[in-house]
Design a protein around this ligand. Structure first.
Ligand code: C5P
Length: 306
């Protein structure tokens, strides 16, 4: 086992929940989930350089919303890996944010996933993907999916993954708001709103979505998008309802709040249509930024010189 002399650059994707169904609260305080994730082309980048001690620089976080203390997920990931592999946590990390911060697209989890892969390569610890997934799951429920990427069904806390078949490319327009939402607050609001359907019935309901993904038809996938947390997110940020209406008027095949929000994801018929929706979202004045993305894409991986 030898570590690298030079740095390692890793990219890890953000995600959109094509479906997110929330079940009962579990003894550990988490909610049982049944979700379908798609990894998309907006990715976090982590560069790990050899160096003494653990240092972190965060780039592209214009609003200073990302903590740089011990609560930062990249720092926690590096420490967890060092602890597991019994090596010193010597690494200088640079995280470049591209996924909206606190946006419901797993940006923090992508930082953790990228850091695990980067430090594993830098330190020459050569853990298996399964070991990285196990360490990642302890850091956050979305970290395993950011490692796996592509399309997957998540159960348990959303961290027990089964890869799903998906044909073709899906083009998205994403409405981003600078003021993020706290995931625990959105789940708490969901609980307060008290809207419940039978959990066993809910879990079977994604068959339409999974069949649509296999057909590669954005109309069918758009019609099957859903998110149980959407009502809670709109309750906390009422403008999300207006943003959804704008995307619908532009002919999006489906529109959904991603995860706990506030990012709104609008599925387009093709790349050009995604650009048109993004332009209309920008013109609406309701969003701080409108992005486009395509999915599915692979999970956290080492990239060279790109
Ligand atoms: O795992 P992660 O740190 O991303 O979760 C943040 C918070 O979101 C949890 O502490 C919990 O309040 C809520 N959550 C939940 N059920 C899940 C996932 C997250 O209640 N399955």
């Amino acid at each position: 086992m030898t570590g690298r002399q030079h740095g390692v650059r890793v990219r890890a994707p953000g995600k959109i929940n094509l479906s997110l169904r929330v079940g009962p609260t579990r003894p550990d305080g988490y909610h049982a989930l049944s979700t379908v994730f798609q990894a998309v082309s907006i990715a976090e980048e982590v560069v790990a350089l050899p160096g003494e001690g653990l240092r972190l620089v965060v780039r592209n976080d214009e609003h200073g919303a990302v903590p740089t203390d011990a609560s930062n997920l990249a720092i926690r990931a590096a420490l967890a890996l060092a602890d597991h592999a019994e090596v010193p946590a010597d690494v200088h990390l640079t995280v470049t944010k591209r996924v909206p911060v606190a946006g419901g697209m797993a940006g923090g989890s992508a930082d953790a996933a990228a850091t695990l892969v980067a430090c594993d390569a830098l330190w020459g610890t050569n853990l298996s993907r399964d070991e990285l997934v196990e360490i990642g799951a302890r850091l956050g429920a979305d970290v395993p999916f950011c490692l796996l990427g592509q399309t997957a069904v998540g159960t348990g806390r959303g961290d027990e993954l089964t890869p799903a078949m998906s044909k073709g490319e899906y083009h998205w327009a994403l409405a981003v708001r600078n003021h993020g939402l706290s995931t625990p607050e959105v789940f708490a609001t969901y609980d307060e709103l008290g809207v419940r359907a039978r959990w066993d019935a809910k879990r079977e309901a994604d068959i339409d979505l999974l069949l649509a993904l296999r057909s590669g038809d954005p109309e069918a996938v758009g019609a099957a998008l859903r998110n149980d947390l959407q009502h809670a997110a709109i309750t906390l940020v009422p403008q999300l309802g207006e943003i959804i209406a704008v995307a619908r008027r532009c002919g999006a095949t489906g529109v959904v709040v991603s995860g706990s929000g506030p990012t709104v994801a609008a599925l387009a018929r093709n790349r050009h249509h995604a650009l048109v929706i993004a332009a209309e979202l920008t013109a609406s004045g309701l969003v701080d930024a409108a992005l486009t993305a395509v999915g599915p894409v692979p999970g956290a991986r080492v990239v060279r010189g790109e």
